[in-house]
Design a protein around this ligand. Structure first.
Ligand code: ZN
Length: 103
């Protein structure tokens, strides 16, 4: 092969040009992309959001979804969201019971 810089004929196996000293190693093998490490799949926040929503609308559903979410989620922010949903569900439940019993 010939050096791409100075044009001097060099050995095909050569890594560096004997004429100018520049690197002539084929870039094909050099640019091998690093093996993609399996990064954790981001968790869906849908259960946490639904639990929070239902906590206000239908406390029993919010409570169940919150418990499911706490067990399911590994992401701390989602876990705390579900814990909030459980607490809110219980509070809303107590308030609604108080309203119903006072009527
Ligand atoms: Zn050269």
């Amino acid at each position: 092969m010939f050096c791409p810089k100075c044009g001097k004929e060099i050995n095909d196996e050569a890594v560096v040009c004997i004429g100018c000293g520049c690197s002539v190693k084929s870039t094909q093998s050099a640019t091998t992309a690093p093996a993609s490490t399996h990064k954790p799949v981001p968790e869906s926040s849908s259960t946490a959001n639904c639990a929070l929503l239902f906590a206000f609308l239908i406390p029993i559903v919010g409570l169940i979804m919150g418990i499911v979410g706490v067990c399911k989620y590994k992401t701390p922010s989602y876990k705390s969201k579900c814990t909030t949903a459980i607490v809110v569900s219980i509070i809303v439940w107590i308030i609604s019971l108080a309203i119903v019993s006072s009527i």
